[in-house]
Every structure is written in structure tokens, then in C-alpha cells.
Design a binder for this molecule. Sequence first.
Ligand code: ATP
Length: 224
Amino acid sequence: MNKRRIAVIGLGRFGATMALEAQANGMEVLAMDISEDKVNEIADHVSEAIIADSTNAKAIAAIDWRQFMTVIVAIGSDVKNSMMTVIHLQEVGVPDLWCKVQDKYHASLMKRLGVQRIISPEEEMAKRASLSLRYPDMSQQMMLGETQYLAEVKIIQRIDKKDFLNAIYRQGHLLVAINHKQDKMYHPATEVPVCLYPGDSVLLLSNGGETKTREGFIWQSLTS
Ligand code: ATP
């Protein structure tokens, strides 16, 4: 197995982007699609691109899948094709399979099949978008496992060090770093200034996952 080699099957928007980004990030990518047009579009930008029907067991068996670290099945709209592809790949012993799903039904099928990673891009994006509507001060949020997340939070109102640290403590956040707008870089959490101003931002590590996120972030309690 080559740790830098991956395969992407299904070159819709998700699959093609995944293949192109992985290649741009220094990986060797095999891109596969049943559509000649899709394969031609990407052929010059990835290591290898082939036209094949991944529901065809013979087409799958013709490739040595042991050379790939991970295989991503990105056939979202046809659950049957996605499922058949996954089954064939499991039969030939692909150790790490990721699958893009279109809905909960598709996701539960893939879970049953034992796919290593299930990706639901629309759902994930919708969750992020609704969070940024609810909390416009949160620039970015990254889940760390099921119950923790890292959040970049903009300071929107002047706040003293003591109140700031109290608020963080009350809400169970851990301060990771502070970014002062003047110098455009993050500093260690130990360097909290006497006062934080609009334009500054902080990185917080939080427990409690989504429930906690929905119930209120630090700056809400500060401004109320
Ligand atoms: P998007 O990623 O664009 O949001 P999607 O996940 O709904 O969309 P699909 O329309 O399901 O994407 O198809 C993704 C790609 O998978 C298409 O380019 C399609 O040609 C390809 N595809 C579908 N069935 C097969 C198959 N049996 N073998 C190989 N490729 C297939």
C-alpha cells in the first residue's frame, strides 16, 4: 500500500473536487467514472483517470486496490450503484473505504456495510451555515470527535481580562490562543491582555459538542 495514493470513484462535484484537491496536496490520485466526459475533464490533473462502471465486479477486480491507502466512493444520487461499488471494493479487500452519502437512508446502509467514513456534505454544510447564522461572531468551528470542538470567535465588544476569563470558565471553554488585530497573529493563551477589543479574536476548545454550541457561546453572555 502506498500511503500517498488514493482512488476516487464518481466524479460529480464532490468526487472531482476531492480528487483535484488531493492531487494538489501531493497525493497520487486514481479517478474513475462511468462517464467519458467526466474522466476527460479531470484526466490532465490527476495521476490516472479511467472510464469504468464500478458496479461491474470484473471492472473492479481488474485493478490492484492494495496499492491505495483509501478509496472514496462519491456516487451520491444512485444509492444502488454506490452500494454495489462498496460491496465489490470490500470483496477485493480495500481496507479504508469512505463514502459520500445523499441522505440518512444511504448513510445507514453504509454504516451497516461497515464503511470506515461516511460523508454527508450537504448536511455538514447546512449545520455550519445555520451555526454561523445563529452565531455570526463565530468565524470557524471544527468538531474534534463527537463532543469537542475548536472555535474561532470574534470579539465584538470591549471586555476586560477578568470578565473575559470568568466568562470562559463559566461556560466550560478552554482558551487556546488570542489574536490581536494589530499584529495579525495568534499568541499563547497565557498572554491575555488587560483588555480585549473588537477586531481581536480567540481560539476556544469547548466540550459538549453541538448542544453546548446551540445553548450559547461566550460572547452572548458578555453582551447580555
Ligand atoms: P455531486 O457530487 O455533484 O453533488 P452526486 O453525489 O449526486 O453529486 P452523482 O450524480 O450521484 O453525484 O454522480 C457522481 C458521479 O458518479 C457522476 O459523475 C456519475 O457519472 C458517477 N457514477 C455514477 N454511477 C457510476 C458507476 N456505476 N460507476 C462509475 N461512476 C459512476
